[in-house]
Design a protein around this ligand. Structure first.
Ligand SMILES: [Zn+2]
Length: 180
């Protein structure tokens, strides 16, 4: 089974994401949603979906800092696309955020935190293969249809399209990274 290398996770970089996608064969099957299961398995995190959580809490993840295992819990009220979004978003936090502890995706005073943008960028890149997005648009599918076919939220497709358009010249000030 593929394992994560610490080196990959030191900074957010699309080359790192490409490496993860390749290593875990995430984009090899043409069925959607993209499965995040291999990544959770590598992290020893059990995924629990369909759980009754208080209103407004979509998901939370707990990871034991010392023994490297944990649980990711998702609200039963999420639509299929929102669940998929939440799953990859949480993975983004797990891989690029602080390891261990609890995390709640709360914005403080309406300011979107850096790590939330980072988690969504991670989510769009993994949940929506660039080649597939381009293929579907070139076949004439519209924005909503592409969302439905890939089982992703409009937010993830918007971000993915931005990344595709910006290839080679995109700077994300919030994250201080270049997309190349
Ligand atoms: Zn978050």
């Amino acid at each position: 089974m593929a394992q994560f290398s610490d080196i990959w996770l030191k900074k957010f970089d699309v080359k790192v994401l490409d490496k993860i996608i390749e290593e875990f064969n995430l984009h090899h099957s043409d069925s959607y949603p993209v499965s995040a299961q291999p990544l959770f398995e590598a992290l020893s995190i059990k995924v629990c979906t369909g759980i009754e959580l208080p209103a407004g809490i979509n998901a939370f993840t707990y990871r034991n800092h010392y023994d490297d295992y944990g649980v990711a819990v998702f609200n039963h009220e999420l639509s299929e696309a929102s669940l998929n979004h939440a799953i990859f978003h949480e993975l983004g936090h797990l891989l690029f955020g602080e390891h261990g502890g609890r995390h709640g995706c709360v914005s403080k005073g309406g300011v979107v935190r850096k790590e939330e943008v980072e988690a969504d960028l991670f989510a769009c890149y993994l949940a929506a293969p660039g080649w597939k997005v381009k293929e579907l648009f070139s076949q004439g599918y519209d924005f909503d249809q592409v969302c439905r076919l890939l089982v992703i939220t409009p937010r993830l497709l918007e971000l993915r399209v931005e990344l595709l358009k910006a290839k080679g010249k995109y700077f994300i000030p919030l994250l201080n990274i270049y997309i190349d």
